[in-house]
Design a protein around this ligand. Structure first.
Ligand code: SF4
Length: 339
């Protein structure tokens, strides 16, 4: 639904969108790089408010969040568009909106799932949270804020699953309603960010640091994209998490499969995932998980002190929990998270 956007200002006869670091300056009729924000007669509009394109009830483990009320159901929603353009995007059919699509396609005018409907659905289905995901929720900031605000009032939690490519001011507003974040830290090289995602590294690091310092629950994910992510970057990421954030921040390393414009790349070899896991442990990280590799040994949470399997998982299914009051059931070591 076409709605006046937030986070823009007029500038030299154009409008400047400051929602994300792309910083589009748009002439009348021009569409932003995300494909869903348009300068219409000197004002910036989002065309995707409530244009629900995907909704599913998932275990929270799928976000992935492993230490945030494990095993609960989360209603996950998305509208089309994205401010990044990753070559291997798994959800490219909904994230990469062709220029002109939103003004021409009636889907955007006719589809509106009001926040009340989303929140009601989540409650009806016994979900404990709403997740904003699939595309990047940054580009549906206004809708996410309205849904999250209402969800909070009704006692639901809110989870933002994002690439973290957002400016500080909108993030501050969104953060008022968020309880947890799953953020992609894709690379540790500006060049790789530029070439693979058409983004930059520093704004992502700034987002992660902000969220961490605000004390929100945070887990990070790195997809092991062959050729764009090397060992040096992996060490950089692992050390940065351990030293600049904390060793207890969970790090998910995930297997890449070729999609979209990255079909020329191979899937990540298993030994590379094992190597990345070792790099994480060598950096002192307490919780390193290997994803997209069903049934591997690194899906469960082990106590960093005594090695007890405190949360067992098979894929996204919890197979057992051995914790008491957030502590290891065997040695009493505090397991960081929200339980
Ligand atoms: S949100 Fe869209 S329009 Fe705004 S700066 Fe980012 S890419 Fe450009």
């Amino acid at each position: 639904m076409k709605t006046l956007a937030k986070f823009w200002r007029p500038i030299n006869g154009k409008v400047e969108c400051y929602l994300c670091p792309v910083g589009c300056e748009l002439k009348d009729g021009q569409v932003g790089s995300c494909g869903v924000r348009v300068n219409h007669e000197g004002k910036l509009y989002t065309y995707t408010y409530g244009s629900l394109i995907s909704a599913a009830i998932d275990p929270v483990e799928k976000k992935p969040l492993f230490h945030f009320y494990p095993g609960h159901k989360t209603l996950t929603i998305a509208t089309p568009g994205c401010n990044l353009h990753c070559k291997g995007c798994q959800n490219w059919e909904i994230s990469q909106v062709p220029k002109g699509e939103v003004t021409e396609n009636s889907f955007y005018q006719e589809t509106n799932a009001p926040p009340e409907v989303i929140v009601e659905k989540a409650l009806e289905e016994g979900c404990e949270s709403i997740s904003y995901s699939y595309s990047d929720p940054t580009i549906f900031a206004e809708y996410m804020i309205d849904v999250a605000k209402l969800a909070k009032e009704k006692g639901l939690k809110n989870i933002m699953v994002t690439a973290g490519y957002i400016n500080p001011e909108p993030l501050e507003e969104i953060d008022r309603y968020m309880d947890a974040y799953s953020i992609d830290l894709k690379f540790f090289s500006d060049e790789s960010y530029r070439k693979y995602s058409k983004g930059r590294l520093q704004p992502v690091l700034d987002t992660i640091r902000y969220v961490f310092e605000r004390g929100k629950w945070l887990e990070l994910t790195t997809l092991l994209v062959p050729k764009y992510l090397d060992e040096e970057q992996l060490r950089g990421i692992a050390n940065w998490i351990s030293e600049e954030l904390a060793p207890w921040v969970p790090w998910h390393i995930s297997r890449f499969f070729p999609y979209y414009k990255a079909k020329d790349l191979p899937h990540t070899p298993v030994e590379e995932l094992e190597k990345a896991y070792r790099i994480g442990k060598e950096a002192g990280l307490e919780y390193v998980f290997v994803g997209n590799l069903f049934g591997n040994d690194h899906e469960s949470t082990f106590c960093p002190k005594c090695g007890n399997r405190v949360i067992g998982r098979k894929g996204y299914i919890i197979t057992g929990i051995d914790m008491k009051d957030g502590k290891c059931g065997r040695c009493g070591y505090e397991i960081k998270g929200r339980f």
